[in-house]
Design a protein around this ligand. Structure first.
Ligand SMILES: Cc1cc2nc3c(=O)[nH]c(=O)nc-3n(C[C@H](O)[C@H](O)[C@H](O)COP(=O)(O)OP(=O)(O)OC[C@H]3O[C@@H](n4cnc5c(N)ncnc54)[C@H](O)[C@@H]3O)c2cc1C
Ligand code: SF4
Length: 551
């Protein structure tokens, strides 16, 4: 059987575009701190920074009134945010200690939970693994969380700039001195059109990278400064839908097994979002072996299973979306997350615990720690790597590092397949991660060989199941189709590789037409799956991409 090795065909990171030694333009905005990405990590960081300044001034200290900017590529806050989500509220409680839970931006408390092992026709309930207990947590829409955090940030005088994707880090020597945004209004050939707007430079004493999963600037900074980790970061792709349903779902559901092949890692979730809505998604590790595996299509098939179908029938899909998740855990954390004028927070740093599928509270808590380190550094007038290393120490002593350490090999054990992985993960749970000992080595996802197989045919019915074109429509994506492509494809794309990319991309960006690869770049929903396995994603004009409201 023919095989593909995705890494052989992957273009290098365009480092010359991502790291700029050019001095900032004369009209650069001057900030104390610039945060890249208005997700939970970036917004928590900005809010805590402003709060610390206020607290110090209230205490009579001569603390600076900081100029803090948050730059976000989505046209409006939350439009590029996608999660499950069941939220552990502890970081919210730390950031808003006086706020009662009822005022936090959650849909409902978790009232019950069940885990099932699926075969094609059956669902066998299994005991809930200890890592998957969600008592005391809440279901939520991350779009709503982000919009709410944005309001809290604005109340504190933070400058929010949605629609401003950051294209490059501005550097001098070894230090990061700020960022440059993408231009907008370019035509298909990359030439300025009638609505052209130049890039904006924002200089800052500290730049916080909170750009989420598979961040381009994070990759560039790590490559430039040679910031290693014991294992490379690995990723999963999550495809998700929000449905309006006739009957309320009374518990949080997770499943293992079908529709995934036994040699792929992943599972599904269905969460209640109040009485009339559910969130439903499938998450699959991108180290799967079958080149024809298609996560979007698997989710469509999954909805026809007797466990899900009765919940969805008579309802309607409200929104569709996709996003990757960093899954490497403890051993994929960068050896340092602080540098000269730079801090790395949230998913950008890899703070996700896969066995519990949690990242939001780690993202927020890391943002809070970054703010504390940044504030002390600014007060002391020293923003070098040594001063900012206080952030790394805070993370390393916190529940973030402890939780990730406890489950350090669990996801990695599944590289040997579901059954052996399940046994090993069980042992790890029983022993707090000590057995089997050592670090399980993991190659990067693109280095996992793929077996080329014919894809199983599937015809969506347009009611319960949808094509990728319908799905992109439901993501709200209305990107101008005259912008230059933001995707960098390698040379010599064989018909088999074109097929592989078309299956990887949940949004139908890549198509095999005859023997050639066709790229429908405006369809891209920024999930970053192909950046992991093939063509590179780069930041494009602000406001492009999905317009999620409920994810
Ligand atoms: C399918 C799925 C299910 C999940 N389920 C759960 C769950 O149930 N519970 C849980 O706790 N966690 C869950 N997670 C993980 C959780 O969503 C993440 O850990 C969390 O969102 C990370 O927050 P962040 O702020 O680091 O990144 P993000 O939320 O990704 O935010 C990053 C922001 O940066 C912006 N950005 C990126 N690049 C640029 C750029 N160049 N310029 C400007 N802006 C940029 C993005 O548009 C985005 O708004 C899930 C994730 C997925 C994908
Ligand atoms: S092209 Fe865009 S939508 Fe498709 S996989 Fe890549 S990042 Fe995701």
């Amino acid at each position: 059987m023919a095989a593909l090795l995705p890494i052989r065909h992957q273009p290098p990171l365009p480092l010359d575009r991502l790291i700029l030694r050019a001095p900032p333009g004369a009209e650069a905005l001057e900030m104390d701190v610039v945060v890249v990405g208005a997700g939970p990590a970036g917004l928590a960081c900005a809010i805590e920074l402003a709060r610390l300044g206020q607290q110090a001034r209230d205490a009579g200290r001569d603390a600076p009134d900081l100029n803090i900017a948050v730059l976000e590529k989505a046209g409006s806050l939350g439009e590029h945010s996608l999660s499950g989500a069941v939220v552990n509220p502890r970081a919210f409680q730390e950031l808003f200690p006086d706020m009662p839970p009822a005022r936090l931006p959650f849909r409902q408390p978790v009232a019950g939970e069940a885990v099932y092992f699926l075969t094609e026709r059956r669902a066998q309930r299994i005991p809930t693994p200890p890592t998957m207990h969600n008592t005391g947590f809440y279901t939520a829409s991350i779009c709503e969380i982000v919009r709410w955090l944005g309001e809290r940030a604005e109340e504190r005088g933070i400058h929010l700039f949605p629609g401003f994707p950051v294209a490059s880090l501005l550097v001098a020597g070894e230090a990061v001195r700020g960022v440059r945004t993408t231009p907008s209004g370019l035509d298909r050939n990359g030439e300025p059109g009638a609505a052209y707007q130049e890039p904006t430079d924002v200089t800052a004493k500290i730049t916080v990278l909170a750009e989420g999963t598979r961040g381009m600037l994070t990759q560039a900074w790590r490559e430039w400064r040679t910031i290693l980790s014991p294992n490379p970061q690995i990723f999963a792709l999550g495809v998700k839908e929000v449905w309006e349903v006739k009957h309320p779902l009374d518990r949080v559901i997770h499943t293992l097994g079908w529709p995934l092949p036994a040699d792929a890692f992943g599972g599904s979730f269905m969460y209640p979002l109040g009485p009339g809505q559910v969130a439903l998604g499938l998450v699959v590790g991108l180290d799967y072996h079958d080149a024809s595996l298609d996560v979007h299509q698997l989710l469509q098939r999954m909805k026809l299973h007797p466990l899900f179908r009765p919940h969805l029938e008579g309802g309607q899909v409200l929104e569709w979306g996709a996003k990757t998740i960093p899954e490497g855990g403890f051993y994929a954390l960068p050896e340092r997350r602080a540098g000269e004028g730079l801090l790395l927070v949230g998913d950008a740093a890899g703070f996700v615990d896969v066995p519990s599928l949690k990242g939001i509270h780690y993202a927020m808590q890391s943002g809070i720690f970054a703010a504390r380190a940044a504030f002390s550094a600014l007060e002391a007038g020293m923003t070098g790597a040594e001063a900012l290393a206080a952030y790394d120490r805070m993370v390393d002593r916190s529940f973030i590092a402890a939780d990730l350490r406890r489950t350090r090999n669990m996801r990695l054990a599944f590289k040997d397949g579901l059954y052996l992985g399940g046994v090993k993960a069980g042992l790890m749970t029983l022993t707090g991660g000590r057995v089997p000992g050592g670090r399980i080595e993991m190659p990067e996802d693109a280095a996992a060989p793929r077996v080329v197989r014919a894809a199983a045919p599937f015809t969506p019915d347009g009611t319960l199941t949808f094509s990728k074109v319908d799905a992109v429509f439901k993501s709200g994506n209305a990107t101008r189709d005259t912008i230059p492509t933001h995707l960098v494809v390698g040379n010599d794309v064989s018909p088999e590789l074109a097929d592989f990319y078309s299956h990887v991309c949940p949004a139908g960006v890549y198509e095999r037409v005859g023997g050639e690869l066709k790229v429908n770049a405006p369809n891209c929903v920024d999930c970053k799956a192909t950046d992991v396995l093939g063509p590179r994603w780069t930041p494009r004009e602000g406001g492009s991409g999905p317009k999620y409201r409920l994810m």
